[in-house]
Design a binder for this molecule. Structure first.
Ligand code: KG4
Ligand code: ZN
Length: 338
């Protein structure tokens, strides 16, 4: 079965053709980073207008690549599209395009939860047996989940305030390091002393928060309270601030992940989302003994249409189509604790 995937939940406009939920035939990710850079973050209004401009060219580019592999639009058997969660204006552009194609070509359509798709992404590279734990860390989500199958997950923990990537971006913005901040902090941290500042760990254990994290205290410490947490001898350099911030941001997540592994007995771990590119996170996870860790390649960690087409294959094979009246859902209950 050949599925066309459409993803426009945030600032990536992406199309893919995937065969049988695994073989990527064509995959194009159009990024909007340059348009959002002057604002040090994604501006929802600009994101949706950019999607309007990009959607047809990116679709055409994807189908041109498919054509070079001998596949035309008439060969497509179904369409998968992100309907939730994400920025509503951005989601609407991708969904409307997907619906128009489905209606015109009389193809089945399925609306996909792109968080489930992130957890499916490693299956495009390797067949990973369920159940597994997912560490999903991006600019919008920080979650520890347990995946039982492609569409069955339980959220074990989440950030109670900022997402992990959001904290990286806000600290980077404060120090004028540019957007997106995660990569810049990662690079600077490699040259710094991670113990120069003893920034605070979030310590949420009580009241059902066993696997939750919080980034507001750490962010505030790294921005406003350097003197309080300084070791008194290291240089107060940007490299040392970044290395110390990164250590606590990542270790607080991994501490909760270790607990989730211990309590669930599940030792297969899949990492996804933009922060899964972080070198300290990757090293620390790979160094843990007794875990089978899977990091999909970066283009499958961040928002992309291949994972949407991949998971949509399973829905469509199971006869789970969506009606053409389906709408978007910017937020999904339970995916972000309030
Ligand atoms: O998954 P993603 O591309 O988009 C969504 O937010 O859905 O993730 C983007 C986030 C940004 O916050 C960015 O700063 C962060 O991932 N990021 C990183 C690194 N590369 C990207 N954070 C830490 N270290 C990195 N190397
Ligand atoms: Zn995403």
């Amino acid at each position: 079965m050949l599925v066309l995937g459409v993803e426009s939940s945030c600032d990536e406009c992406s199309f893919a053709v995937v065969q049988d939920g695994r073989r990527i035939i064509s995959h194009v990710i159009g990024t909007q980073i340059e348009a959002h850079k002057p604002y040090d973050g994604v501006v929802p209004e600009i994101a949706s207008r950019k999607h309007v401009e990009m959607i047809v060219p990116v679709y055409r580019q994807c189908m041109d690549i498919a054509k070079s592999e001998g596949i035309e639009i008439e060969d497509i058997d179904g369409i998968g599209v992100t309907t939730h969660p994400g920025l509503s204006g951005s989601l609407v552009v991708g969904l409307t395009f997907a619906k128009s194609l489905a209606a015109t070509l009389e193809l089945p359509l399925v609306g996909v939860n792109h968080i489930l798709a992130h957890l499916y992404a490693p299956q495009l590279v390797d067949e990973i047996e369920y159940p597994y734990l997912g560490l999903l860390v991006s600019g919008g989500h920080s979650m520890i989940v347990r995946a039982e199958s492609y569409d069955e997950i339980s959220v074990m923990g989440a950030s109670i305030d900022d997402a992990c990537g959001e904290a990286f971006d806000k600290v980077a913005k404060h120090y004028g390091l540019g957007y997106p901040g995660g990569k810049v902090i990662d690079d600077l941290a490699r040259k710094g002393n991670p113990s120069a500042f003893d920034f605070p760990f979030s310590n949420l254990y009580k009241g059902g928060h066993e696997y939750d994290v919080s980034y507001s205290g750490l962010k505030n410490a790294a921005i406003n309270q350097l003197d309080i947490f300084w070791d008194g001898k290291s240089e107060k350099s940007i490299e040392n601030i970044c290395a110390s911030f990164e250590r606590v941001a990542i270790d607080s997540l991994l501490k909760k992940l270790d607990k989730a592994v211990h309590d669930s007995g599940v030792t297969r771990v899949v990492a996804g989302g933009g922060v899964a590119a972080n070198s300290y996170l990757r090293q620390s996870l790979m160094a843990r003994s007794g875990l089978q860790v899977s990091f999909p390649p970066l283009e499958l960690c961040t928002d992309n249409a291949a994972m949407i087409a991949g998971i949509a294959y399973h829905y469509l094979s199971d006869g789970k189509e969506s009606p053409l009246s389906i709408g978007v859902m910017p937020r999904v209950a339970g995916f972000r604790r309030i």
